[in-house]
Every structure is written in C-alpha cells, then in structure tokens.
Design a protein around this ligand. Structure first.
Ligand code: ELE
Length: 215
C-alpha cells in the first residue's frame, strides 16, 4: 500500500495551509523571490509545475534558498520525472491523472504523490493502488462542490485537494466540504505580478489565502 509507504505525509502537507499555489515559472530569476513572497504571506506548501523548462531548477532554488518552504513538483505525467524532481528537492508530487507507470514511479522513487482523478471509477482505481488523498482535477468542470459532496457518501474515506477553476471567491465553498483538506489554484501567482516583480502583491494574495478556513 502506498499509504503505508508514505504514512500520512500527503495528508500532513494538505493540512499545512488551506491553499496550495500552482506555480509555473517562466523566468528562473522569479523562483526564489516568488517563493519568499508566498511564505511571507503564510503559504508554505508550493507546487512548482513542470509546465515550463525551468520547473526543476525552480524547485532546486526554492528548496535550497527559501526557509520554511515545502516544495513539491506538479504536472507529473512521465515516470522519469519522479526521481528527477525528488533529486531537485521536491518533497511531494502532484499529477493531473494516474496511470500504472506513474504508480510504479511513485513507489520506486518514494516521492509522496497526490494523484489527480475526475470520476468515481478513477477514485476507486486510485484507492486500490493505495492512494486515499487525491486531487480532484479539473475541479470545476468535474462538478465542483456538488461532485465532492456526492462522492463523500459512497467514497467517504477519500480526502481531496480540488484544483482547476477555483478562485479566492470560491475557495471557501470547497473548503467547507467535509472531504476537502485544501484547494489548489494558480490565482496566487498572476503572471502580470511576476513579470512586474510585484512581490508585495503576491504576499497579499497569499495572506488572504492563508486566512481561509484550514482544517
Ligand atoms: O499543471 C498541472 O499539473 C495541473 O494540474 C493544472 C493546474 O492544477 C491547474 O491549471 C490549476 O488550475 P487553475 O487554478 O484554474 O489555473
């Protein structure tokens, strides 16, 4: 069981703060000041996606240079990315979906994984593989709060991090669901603020996010 391997690491990470920012780094020089700005606002768990070429370098820079940051890797879609991200300093991983190859890579790398699911059958497949903490992705197109509440009946032992289409205005509705520990979103890192180096704005967005109700 992967849960046994990870113990409660993924759940602990999900409970650290109510929002996990989904980060895409277009300029490696942004990595450290961005992470510092988020941590200053009380958001310590950071998901750095592999959507851009700077993903692994950004993970390494944040993990080495930003005290208090809990840096993870996002957009894991290929098995060989697990060990590379772990070696760069990632302490958890997030994937938009789950495949047998990703399950094997999670096990062999030891990187705690929050896998993405979108349907009840996918939840059940992930649970059979040992995962009880899942990312509902894309959360709003998948049915949002209504979907989460409906799933809570038959699949009550699963805890979700819904991600995709959530904002500061809707996050509280998701966090009120009994099967939600945190939400993910890109709204804490607007591209315009990064390009302008407006770290104060990032800290303000993080502060507002960290004050949402945590569990
Ligand atoms: O890159 C990945 O691995 C993803 O899973 C996608 C992100 O989680 C969503 O893009 C975040 O959604 P928004 O907050 O609506 O922007």
């Amino acid at each position: 069981m992967i849960n046994a391997l990870y113990k409660d690491e993924v759940l602990d990470i999900m409970r650290t703060s109510p929002v996990i920012p989904v980060i895409a780094i277009d300029d490696i020089a942004h990595a450290v000041p961005l992470a510092k700005a988020l941590v200053a606002g009380g958001i310590r768990v950071l998901e750095v996606t592999l959507r851009t070429v700077h993903g692994l370098a950004a993970i390494r820079a944040m993990a080495e240079q930003v005290p208090g940051a809990i840096v993870g890797v996002g957009t894991l879609t290929h098995p060989d990315e697990f060990a590379a991200a772990r070696d760069a300093g990632a302490v958890f991983g997030v994937s938009p979906g789950l495949t047998p190859a990703l399950i094997a890579a999670a096990k062999s790398s030891g990187l705690p994984l929050l896998p993405g699911v979108m349907t009840p059958s996918e939840v059940m497949t992930a649970r059979e593989a040992g995962f009880r903490q899942l990312k509902l992705f894309p959360a709003v197109p998948a049915g949002g709060v209504g979907m989460l509440n409906a799933i809570a009946g038959p699949l009550a032992d699963i805890t979700f991090c819904p991600t995709g289409g959530i904002s500061i205005d809707t996050a509280a509705q998701f966090l009120a669901c009994k099967n939600v520990a945190c939400v993910g979103g890109s709204w804490l890192t607007p591209k315009a603020a990064l390009q302008a180096g407006d770290w104060a704005q990032i800290t303000a967005l993080a502060t507002a996010a960290s004050q949402l109700r945590a569990k």
